[in-house]
Each structure stands twice: as structure tokens, then as C-alpha cells.
Design a binder for this molecule. Structure first.
Ligand code: SF4
Ligand code: SF4
Length: 61
């Protein structure tokens, strides 16, 4: 649903867990500790981008 607006991707997640409960849409999930974004649920609110201390959550146009 966001294909024309860009999307949030994960680059170099360090498994710190700081973004654990930040997503209001439940779009963030973890596999072996590494965070992934469910693009179907993400509405680009940008909350996770601001909370990641490692800048692993990145908005791409
Ligand atoms: S941008 Fe918002 S909706 Fe998308 S994954 Fe991050 S917190 Fe969730
Ligand atoms: S805050 Fe960033 S580094 Fe930490 S778990 Fe989330 S995406 Fe990974």
C-alpha cells in the first residue's frame, strides 16, 4: 500500500530491542532477534525511526 510513497527498511539491526513496542500498527516483528518491517501494516508514521539508537530503521523513497 505504500509502494508509491516509500517504505521503512531495516539495515544493520543490532537486536537492542528499543523499538520493541513502539510501532502503533504492529508492523515490527523479530526473527532471531533481528527486526523486520511488515510493509502491509506500516503506515510510515516514523516513530520507529526516531527510537532506534543505531539508525537501523531507515526511510527510503
Ligand atoms: S514507521 Fe511507524 S508504522 Fe512503520 S514500522 Fe515504524 S513505527 Fe511501525
Ligand atoms: S531499535 Fe534499532 S537496533 Fe534496536 S532492535 Fe530496533 S531496529 Fe534493531
Amino acid at each position: 500500500m505504500n509502494e508509491f510513497e516509500g517504505f521503512v527498511v531495516v539495515l544493520g539491526c543490532r537486536k537492542c530491542g528499543k523499538c520493541e513496542n513502539i510501532c502503533p500498527n504492529g508492523a515490527l516483528y523479530r526473527i532471531n532477534g533481528f527486526v523486520n518491517v511488515d510493509q502491509e501494516k506500516c503506515n510510515l508514521c516514523m516513530k520507529c525511526i526516531n527510537v532506534c539508537p543505531n539508525k537501523a530503521l531507515v526511510y527510503m523513497e
